[in-house]
Design a protein around this ligand. Structure first.
Ligand SMILES: [Zn+2]
Ligand SMILES: [Zn+2]
Length: 249
C-alpha cells in the first residue's frame, strides 16, 4: 500500500505551519515539524493500514509537504516541486483567505487537544458522494454534522420558531413543507449552521447558530466542491442570486 494522499485536514495543518513561518519551508529536525508529524498520525481519519506504513506522515514527509507549499506559491521565485491538486487548492485558499484558514487550523488543533474530535463518531456524509469534502476538512464537517443531527437541538429550534410565531419555512428559498405536503409536511424542517465550520468552536451550538432549511437547500449547503467551503445559508442565497442574474443575461 502506498501512503494515502494528504487529506484537507492534514493540508490545513501543514499550510498553517508554512504561513506562520512566512511561507517558508520547515526542516525535518524542526520541533514544529516533529510535533505536526505526531499530530497528523493521531488524527481519527486514518486507516490502521496507513498508520502501519513506516514513513506515514513522518517528519520527513511533513517537511516535504512544507516545501510543496512554499515552492508552489505564486510569489516563489524558484522551481516548484510536484504536488497534487488538493495541495494547490489549499495554497490558493490560504492565499485568498488566510485568516479563515488559520482559524480552521486552530479549530482542528483545539478539537484534537481537548479530545472533542476523537469522541465524535464518523458521520455518514462527512465526505459527499463524489468523495469531496469541504476545504476546512472532514473533522470540522463531522463535528458540525453531529451537532445538526442532534434531534433534541432540532426539536428545540422548531419549538423556538413556533414560540416566536414564525412559520417553518426554508430561510434560503422560503419553501414550506406543510404548504406543499399538507399534514404530512407539518412540523418538518431541517437545520443547518449559520456560521462557517471554523467558527462553531468548542462551545455548544446555540439555537441562533442554526437556520431552518428545506431538504434541497440543505443538500446544496453541504455539497462539496474541491477547494470550496461548506456553504452557509447566506452563501447559498448569494449563489442563487448569482445564478439567477447569469440566467437573466
Ligand atoms: Zn430551500
Ligand atoms: Zn447542514
Amino acid at each position: 500500500m502506498r501512503a494515502p494522499t494528504w487529506t484537507e485536514d492534514e493540508l490545513i495543518l501543514a499550510g498553517a505551519l508554512v504561513v506562520k513561518n512566512g511561507w517558508r519551508e520547515l526542516r525535518t529536525k524542526d520541533p514544529e515539524v516533529q510535533e505536526l508529524s505526531e499530530l497528523l498520525r493521531s488524527l481519527p481519519i486514518h486507516s490502521p493500514d496507513a498508520l502501519a506504513l513506516p514513513d506515514f506522515r513522518s517528519p520527513d514527509s511533513v517537511s516535504r509537504k512544507t516545501t510543496d507549499f512554499m515552492s508552489n506559491h505564486s510569489l516563489y521565485p524558484g522551481k516548484a516541486t510536484r504536488c497534487g491538486k488538493p495541495t494547490l487548492l489549499m495554497i490558493e485558499a490560504f492565499t485568498d483567505r488566510e485568516a479563515e484558514m488559520l482559524e480552521a487550523a486552530r479549530a482542528i488543533e483545539e478539537g484534537i487537544a481537548s479530545g472533542e474530535l476523537y469522541g465524535i463518531p464518523v458521520q455518514p456524509d462527512e465526505i459527499d458522494d463524489t468523495g469531496a469534502v469541504a476545504i476546512e476538512g472532514r473533522l470540522l464537517v463531522r463535528r458540525a454534522l453531529a451537532r445538526e443531527r442532534d434531534p433534541k437541538l432540532r426539536a428545540l429550534k422548531i419549538k423556538e420558531m413556533r414560540r416566536r410565531g414564525h412559520a417553518l419555512r426554508c430561510e434560503v428559498c422560503d419553501f414550506d413543507f406543510a404548504r406543499t405536503y399538507g399534514d404530512l409536511g407539518e412540523g418538518y424542517i431541517e437545520v443547518h449552521h449559520v456560521t462557517p465550520l471554523y467558527t462553531s468552536g468548542p462551545r455548544k451550538t446555540r439555537l441562533e447558530d442554526l437556520a431552518c432549511v428545506c431538504a434541497n437547500c440543505h443538500r446544496m449547503c453541504h455539497r462539496s466542491r474541491p477547494g470550496e467551503s461548506w456553504r452557509t445559508p447566506s452563501a447559498l442565497r448569494e449563489q442563487i442570486r448569482k445564478s439567477a442574474s447569469r440566467a437573466a443575461h
